[in-house]
Design a binder for this molecule. Structure first.
Ligand SMILES: Nc1ncnc2c1ncn2[C@@H]1O[C@H](COP(=O)(O)OP(=O)(O)OP(=O)(O)O)[C@@H](O)[C@H]1O
Ligand SMILES: Nc1ccn([C@@H]2O[C@H](COP(=O)(O)O)[C@@H](O)[C@H]2O)c(=O)n1
Length: 226
């Protein structure tokens, strides 16, 4: 049996539109790690149910969709939309759905694809459930008003119709569902470092994230070389 320590894992959790995906993607690039946006798994399951005419709150339909999910379905551009986000947060509350998606995420973290030396995963339960032994855990957050403003601007920049007040309401509803569900609720792991980016631009937020993550990651990489 090999004594080589496991590849480093960076867990990035946080509420919707907190900027966790932006940070996680940049951190993965910085260290040449594999990156998994776990929200896409729930979005794909939600859309699969909706497209087949089902209700995302129907436990049997949602669990069946999660078990039948093919990784190629994560490439669907429709997953970035509001309908997918809303359906995702409904299927995500169903324990059978979370159980069906667990092994894929844990394997991604333990054996990063393409021979990458480590993995960055972002979501809601990475530090608490998927990778409780992660090398380093970041909990990215920002006030709901700031998050709504960022998402609103993102939608406008994409050429989509957007009303700030609607975006704010949608984020509040999603926060409430994600924080109050019984199964893997959105909460910072006790050993996560909380990074509030309300007053930070993207580059400042990344610099702050890097300061938190760099030391533990380098240490874990060096331990694998010994
Ligand atoms: N620090 C920041 N300052 C300003 N804008 C930001 C900052 N971080 C991220 N953004 C922008 O806010 C929007 C949401 O960011 P991002 O998609 O990374 O959030 P997320 O938490 O991954 O969202 P979701 O939960 O919906 O997947 C994007 O348009 C992104 O460019
Ligand atoms: N680890 C995760 C990731 C996501 N969810 C749920 O999916 C919804 C969409 O996620 P985004 O990151 O793409 O915004 C989110 O609102 C959660 O309900 C999850 O439960 N666990």
């Amino acid at each position: 049996m090999s004594d080589t320590p496991a590849p480093p894992v960076v867990a990035v959790d946080g509420p919707a539109a907190s900027g966790k995906g932006t940070l996680a993607r940049r951190l993965a690039k910085q260290f040449d790690f594999a990156y998994l946006d776990t929200g896409k798994l729930y979005r794909a399951v939600g859309m699969k149910v909706v497209r087949s005419g089902g209700d995302p709150e129907d436990e049997d339909a949602a669990e069946a969709a999660a078990r039948a999910l093919d990784i190629s379905e994560l490439e669907d551009p429709a997953l970035s939309g509001d309908d997918a986000a809303s359906a995702a947060s409904k299927v995500a509350a169903i324990p059978g759905v979370r159980a069906a998606l667990l092994e894929f995420q844990r394997t991604f973290a333990a054996v990063p694809p393409d021979g990458k030396p480590g993995a960055v995963l972002d979501g809601r339960d990475i530090g608490t459930v998927i990778a409780p032994d992660a090398t380093v855990k970041l909990f990215a957050t920002a006030s709901v008003e700031v998050r709504a403003d960022r998402r609103h601007k993102e939608l406008i920049n994409r050429g989509e119709a957007s009303i700030y007040a609607h975006v704010l309401e949608e984020l509040k509803a999603r926060d409430a569902r994600d924080m109050n569900r019984a199964a893997a609720p959105l909460v910072a792991a006790s050993d996560a470092v909380v990074l509030d980016t309300s007053d930070l631009g993207i580059d400042e937020a990344f610099a702050a994230a890097l300061r938190i993550v760099e030391g533990p990651v380098q240490k874990a990489l060096e331990a694998r070389e010994d």
